[in-house]
Design a protein around this ligand. Sequence first.
Ligand code: ADP
Ligand code: 5GP
Length: 205
Amino acid sequence: MRRGTLFVISAPSGSGKSSLARGLLRAVPGLEFSVSHTTRPRRPGEEDGREYHFVDEAAFDAMAAGGGFLEWARVFGHRYGTGRVAVNRALEAGRDLLLDIDVQGARQVRESGMPSVSIFVLPPSFSDLEARLRSRGSEDEDELHRRLAQARREAEEFRSYDYLVINDRLERCVEDLRSVVTAERRRVSRAEGEAGRILATFPGR
Ligand code: ADP
Ligand code: 5GP
C-alpha cells in the first residue's frame, strides 16, 4: 500500500494558518489533521481531541521522556508536540496528514529524516499581520507585541520550506494549498500503485 504523505504547514502567528488549515481540510478529501498535544489552556470553542489533546505538564513530560513525540517545542510559553505513534499509524495506513506546527517543530521534522512536504505561509504585509492578530482578539497587548516581535524571526525561515503561499484572500490561498497537495499526490513516486493497477487491465505484451 502507498504510504501517506506528511504535509507540514508553518507561519508567523496571526498569518491565518489555522483558518487556512481548516479551509484546506474541507477542500481536500483524504487529508487528515494531526491533533497535537499541548499544555496551553483550552480556548472557548475548542474541544479536547479536536484542535488539541489538552494535557498537563506532567503528562507532557512523561510523553516527551518516553520518546513519544516526533517533534515538540515551546511556543509562546506553552509546550506543543506531535505524537509519534499517531503519525506513523496514519502514514502506514496510507492516510495523508497535515501538521500545523511552528518553525522549530518543522525543523525537527526535517532533521528526523521523515519525508515530508512543507509549506510556509506569509501574510501580504506586516500591517496585515498586526490587523489580523488584533481582530482575532485572543491575546492581550503584551502577548500581541511578543508575537509580532517573533514574527520577523519566524518569517525569515521561509527558505527552509518546499512551498511558499501568501494568505492575501483566504479562499484564493486555500486554492494554492490545494494545488500543492494535488501536485504532490500526482508525483510518479506516489501514484505508482495506481498506475500499476491501470496497467494491469491492459492486454499482455
Ligand atoms: P494563525 O493560526 O496563523 O495564528 P488565524 O487563522 O487564527 O491565524 O487567523 C488570525 C486572524 O486573521 C483571524 O481572526 C482570522 O479570521 C483572520 N484571517 C485569516 N486569514 C485571513 C485573510 N486572508 N484575510 C483577512 N483575515 C484573515
Ligand atoms: P495556538 O496556541 O495559537 O493554537 O498555536 C501556537 C503555535 O503552536 C502555532 O504556530 C502552531 O502551529 C504551533 N503548534 C501547534 N501544534 C504544534 C505541535 O505539535 N508542535 C509544534 N512544534 N508547534 C505546534
